[in-house]
Design a protein around this ligand. Structure first.
Ligand SMILES: C[S@@+](CC[C@H](N)C(=O)[O-])C[C@H]1O[C@@H](n2cnc3c(N)ncnc32)[C@H](O)[C@@H]1O
Length: 400
């Protein structure tokens, strides 16, 4: 599959990485040009340089990276002829279907070949992928790509309608993957193609719950077990810079100091009021003791109110101060332990975005256990069949 040489050669397929969003394949053809908003290049510029090189444009205005294709990069770069499977689903399906080196796998339809490339790498030359596509032009294009990518000894592509004609192999496949609008129409054919000497697996990929329900019914009727449905979701995270947080002990120490300062001020004010009141009493000989006391209590009250409003505003300051404490110079021990590219006083945090990108499809999985050790249960009622996660006796599970 693809070139394993260190340097790029004429005829190779490479992946041009322009930006994180713009990734495209290129078939190196001497004499051709590659033009992009990141500059102009000649294919011959790439011949003889190592895969992974960063190449400056002929005008020196831009640059691109030239990467060796992998199934993961191919999925990001391939020309879309249909909707495709992405890595989260591909990895999960490969794992659940127990696809490994040497496995013999069926997929239908081939579509844009995204799933095919990953499976071909996993099964390797010891295994085989039987791929089926009923759209003639898509089948032809995928066939050309498989050949160009050096996969034609691992993949056999057949142009046919699998819901009408079934598959080309009998009692041979370890796993079947159906990415079709009506997978339930191919379930019996899949059973015929699956080997019967060990437990085999099937996965049907459908965007609507109605399709899942019909598939679950068909799988039940055909005697498949462990019928389970999953949905894989992408959870994007956003990384941003925020002010570093101070350790809680430091924040609490600063708050305690500010509180002590405020108390000291309050006591000073009470003492000053008492002195003032005593001297006024001495000066005003005409006034009664009671009048003086009342006047003094009013004054203390007014002063206290003043002090209160000052304290209040100083407590605003406190709040602002505490916020400032959070944003000032020192990094937290946690942040300082981790090597960071963040500027001083800031740290990088990652948070999951509240919105999750819509799911691509539901994945309905099931097993087919060897017939000698498993007798199919009677067909279950429609309502029961409608519910995914229907399992036959788990004691019947056999793994080869
Ligand atoms: C969504 S695409 C498959 C995408 C593919 N899994 C990928 O990752 O690139 C579905 C393909 O199934 C093909 N198809 C639909 N019904 C079919 C049938 N009955 N037999 C064979 N191929 C069929 C369509 O032409 C289409 O190309």
């Amino acid at each position: 599959m693809w070139s394993t040489a260190r340097e790029i050669a004429a005829g190779d397929v490479v992946i041009i990485w322009l930006t994180r969003e713009v990734i495209q394949p290129l078939h190196i053809t001497p004499g051709k040009d590659f033009n992009s908003k990141f500059g102009n290049y000649k294919h011959s510029d790439f011949i003889g340089i190592p895969y992974g090189s960063k190449v400056a444009s002929r005008t020196g205005k831009g640059f691109i990276h030239i990467l060796r294709p992998t199934p993961e990069l191919w999925t990001l770069a391939l020309p879309h002829r249909t909707q495709i499977l992405y890595l989260a689903d591909i990895a999960f399906i490969t794992s659940w279907l127990n696809i490994k080196r040497g496995s013999r796998v069926i997929e239908a339809g081939t579509g844009s070949g995204s799933f095919s490339h990953s499976v071909a790498r996993t099964v390797g030359s010891a295994g085989h992928l039987y791929s089926y596509e009923f759209h003639e032009a898509r089948a032809k294009k995928a066939s050309e790509e498989f050949k160009r990518h050096g996969m034609d000894d691992i993949v056999t592509l057949t142009h046919r309608n699998v819901c009408k004609e079934g598959f080309t192999i009998v009692d041979e496949a370890d796993a079947v993957f159906l990415d079709l609008p009506a997978p339930w129409e191919a379930v019996d054919y899949a059973k015929t193609a699956l080997r019967k000497d060990r437990t085999t697996r099937i996965c049907c990929f459908s965007p609507c719950m109605e399709q899942v329900l019909r598939t679950v019914s068909a799988l039940n009727e055909a005697g498949f077990t462990e019928i389970t449905m999953y949905e894989t979701l992408l959870r994007p995270h956003e990384v941003s810079l925020v002010p570093t947080l101070q350790p809680i002990a430091e924040v609490s120490e600063k708050l305690k100091k500010a509180e002590a300062k405020r108390e000291e001020k309050r006591l000073q004010q009470i003492a000053a009021n008492k002195t003032r009141s005593a001297s006024m009493k001495r000066k005003r000989e005409g006034g009664t003791e009671e009048d003086e006391d009342e006047a003094e209590s009013k004054r203390v009250k007014t002063d206290d109110e003043d002090a209160g409003s000052k304290e209040e505003s100083s407590s605003h300051l406190m709040t602002r101060e505490s916020v400032e404490m959070l944003v000032d110079e020192e990094a937290t021990p946690m942040a300082s332990r981790a090597p960071s590219l963040a500027p001083p006083g800031k740290m990088s945090v990652s948070k999951a975005l509240p919105e999750v990108r819509g799911h691509t499809s539901y994945l309905t999985f099931a097993c087919l256990v060897p017939s000698s050790t498993f007798s199919a249960p009677p067909p279950i009622a429609a309502a029961e069949a409608a519910a995914p996660n229907v399992e036959a006796s788990s004691s019947d599970k056999i793994d080869a």
